[in-house]
Each structure stands twice: as C-alpha cells, then as structure tokens.
Ligand binder design. Sequence first.
Ligand SMILES: Cc1cc2nc3c(=O)[nH]c(=O)nc-3n(C[C@H](O)[C@H](O)[C@H](O)COP(=O)(O)OP(=O)(O)OC[C@H]3O[C@@H](n4cnc5c(N)ncnc54)[C@H](O)[C@@H]3O)c2cc1C
Length: 443
Amino acid sequence: MTSALRRKAAQMASAATQCFSYSSLPATWALRQRGGGASVLRLSSRRTFSVSAAAGFDNQNREYVIVGGGNAAGYAARTFVEHGMADGRLCIVSKEPVPPYERPALTKGYLFPPDKKPARLPGFHTCVGSGGQRQTAEWYKENGIEVLYEDPVVAFDGKTQTLKTSSGKVLKYGSLIISTGCEASRLPEKIGGKLPGVHYIRDVADADALVSSLGSAKKVVVIGGGYIGMEVAAAACGWNLDTTIIFPEDHIMPRLFTPSLAKKYEELYQQNGVKFIKGALIEKLGAGSDGRVSSAVLKDGSVVEADTVIVGIGAKPVVSPFEAVGVNPKVGGIEVDSLFRTSVPGIFAIGDVAAFPLKMYNRIARVEHVDHARKSAHHCVETLLTSQTKAYDYLPYFYSRVFEYEGSSRKVWWQFYGDNVGEAVEVGNFDPKVATFWIDSAG
Ligand SMILES: Cc1cc2nc3c(=O)[nH]c(=O)nc-3n(C[C@H](O)[C@H](O)[C@H](O)COP(=O)(O)OP(=O)(O)OC[C@H]3O[C@@H](n4cnc5c(N)ncnc54)[C@H](O)[C@@H]3O)c2cc1C
C-alpha cells in the first residue's frame, strides 16, 4: 500500500477513534493499529496502560509523540519508519524551524569561512552523521510523520496525557518520548552575558548569528576550554582572527585530557596563533559606546579586548515542563531505566536529557554526546515497538574534529571511549598520533 493510501486509511480510522484504558491489563499488552485500519493486540514491552487508537492527525489524539526536534528525535523517527510505525501515527513537536539535524556540525563545518565551503542545511540533517538517509522536511512528509515546527511544548499533564504547545495546540498522546536535550549555560545579564556580540551555541540560529559576527570580527575571546570553546577557537583561526581562550583551570579539556595531552593540543592551537589565559575567572564583559561587547574583564583586573565573545561553559538539561515525570537530583535530567522508561507508564526520555543507568560503570549518568543520542533513540523506540527487554549497555564515546577547513596546515580528529579513571599511560607522539589509556586498579 502506498504512503498516501496508508495515510488515508489511517485518517478514516481516526474518525472512529476512541481512547482505551487498559489499566486492568498486564503491562506487556498494548493496542496497536495496523495501516489498513485493523487493530491487533500484540505483545509489547512498553508499560503504556492507556493508549489512543487514533491514527492520522485531524483530531487531538496522537499515538506517539516526540517532544524535541533534535538529534535524538531524528534517529527515533528513523526507527519508527524502519518498523513501519510512523505513518499517520508519529508526531514530533519541535521548537526549531527545521527538521532534526546533526548538531555537532554547528561548531565544525558550519563555522568555516564563506570561501572554505561551510556546511549548511539541508546538508546535515539526521541521519547523515552515521551514514544514514538525509531526512529533510520532505522525508517526514513522505513517511507520514507530522512535525510541528517552532511550536514548543509549554505545558504537560500526565494524568490526562496531554501536552499544550506555545501556539495553544492541545495534543493527547498514547506514548510520549521526551528528547528536549540541553541548553547552553549563560553568563548572567548583569555581567554582560546578553550584550550584542556575545554568543552561545546550541542551534542553527545561534550559529548563524555567530557566523555573522565572525564576518566583521577582529578580536575574538572564547570563554571556556571545553570542546565547544576549542572547536570555535579553531574555526576562528580559519577566519584569521586574533583569538584568545580564557578558562579557570590549569589546562584545556580538564575533565577529559591529561595535562600531557592538553599540552600537546594547546601547542597545536598556539602554532595557529591562539593565545591562552589559564586559571582566570571572568569578572564581567564590558560594552563599547555602540553597546556591543568590547572587552572581557578578568577577576585580577586585567582587560582583554574583544569585539566577539563566544561562551562555552557547559550546558543544562531541559526538563521543563516535564519535572513531574521525575528529575534525577544528582545528575539532573529525566530519570529513566535501562529501557529509557520513566517512572510514568508510557513516557520515555532519550538523548542529553535522559539520566540513565550506565551499566558498565554502575552509576546513573547523563551523556551529552551525539553517539548516545543516536543509540538511546534507537534502543528506546525498539523497546516501545517490539518485545525488546535488553538493557542499554553503553560504552561512552565522544569525538571532536578541529582545523578541518580548506588550507589548514593540520586537521585533527580525536576519539574518546569509556571513562578516564585510573593511571594514564600515553603511547606515541602527537606527531602524527598519540593515544592515552587509563588503566584502573584491576588492570
Ligand atoms: C555546538 C555543539 C557541538 C557539538 N559537538 C559534538 C561533538 O563533536 N561530538 C559529540 O559527541 N557531541 C557533540 N555535541 C553534543 C550533541 O550534539 C548532543 O549530545 C545531541 O545533539 C543530543 O541530542 P538530543 O536530541 O538529546 O538534544 P538536541 O539535539 O539538543 O535536541 C533537543 C531539541 O529539543 C528542542 N526543545 C527543547 N525544549 C523543547 C520543548 N519544550 N518543546 C519542543 N522542543 C523542545 C530543542 O530546541 C532541540 O531542538 C555538540 C553539541 C553542540 C551544541
């Protein structure tokens, strides 16, 4: 049956929609409706007791709703399609104006100067980052997936299984996947955190604003020596800008790199003309007579001139308006089990916002990296749609790529697996390669 026919059939079925409450049924049973309109009961591992049998989008009922249109949402949508369960059933509610994309590109190819072939959408929609199909707006339409753009969820009621969006739309969900990600941590407005010329990067609009500033910038200050700061500083080198990185620690990437590894990486940046101010805290950002940022003032009183400032000081999980679902007090984020189920039946959380059991290290963790966003999305949707009960067993993986623009004298890519606990042993030389192993007490 073609997509159009399936959608039509689903719409006809939705006209006779009812909501069923299965509180008396075992948790493993859920109502499922097939494309032709016939409903079947099948075994499922989801704990949804109350699901809507609606399909099609012409009333309030939605069988599956994903809140958040980011990296994890794109990969979740792909898994729904692979299972033939998207068409007429899946709705994505997004705050952004474009379909899900591979967010890491924003501080990499997106920031290349105009003459060095910068990445632009639709080039990096999910799932190109893992070699998958490029899911453009047309892809969602063709697969019968409803995407509500620029209409974030502002209210949630778990009892009635309803969501309200900023435009006033009310959606009743059967199953809900929360994938609201993180937001960039900001400097307070009273110390200049909102001045024109001060940038934070989380989405395409932020990256566009930064590209526009870089076009006329001369002196760039990057606050923070984490991966966002390091990637942005490398990009600023591509624009030949006077760039200074300021951070409070002794070396860059303090949570991940050993001092020895950091030294080698810092030298690479210095060879590209980047200056470092270490062990320094920001007192405030100063403004010029035009109201734009003009300097970074440090706690020791020294002043660093800047016409563009990029702040990369971490991110916070976006749990609002889902706090009632259960926030982990230690790591933040929505707490889930090893199948991404929250404490509320039928509600799941994935990606950056999920606080999940990191099995191999026996602790609850949140992982703010794209590999986990992709894999958690897949695992969660498999749980929801099939009888999978396999616990998510994740090996943390993270990567970064810098100086990759055309004409760069050295392009560098690093990968990190696992946990940096134990004694660090370095092998090789950074020229051309270096590896560090952390060996724990058990060897
Ligand atoms: C600039 C940048 C560079 C990165 N580089 C790397 C890298 O090199 N390597 C790596 O491993 N990871 C990297 N990451 C991290 C990676 O991008 C994230 O881990 C990944 O995007 C998480 O996916 P997610 O879907 O959980 O969150 P996101 O991709 O952030 O998506 C969340 C979405 O939810 C939306 N949203 C929030 N609230 C609501 C609401 N109430 N209603 C509707 N929508 C809402 C947001 O607008 C956003 O679109 C980078 C992140 C950034 C910001």
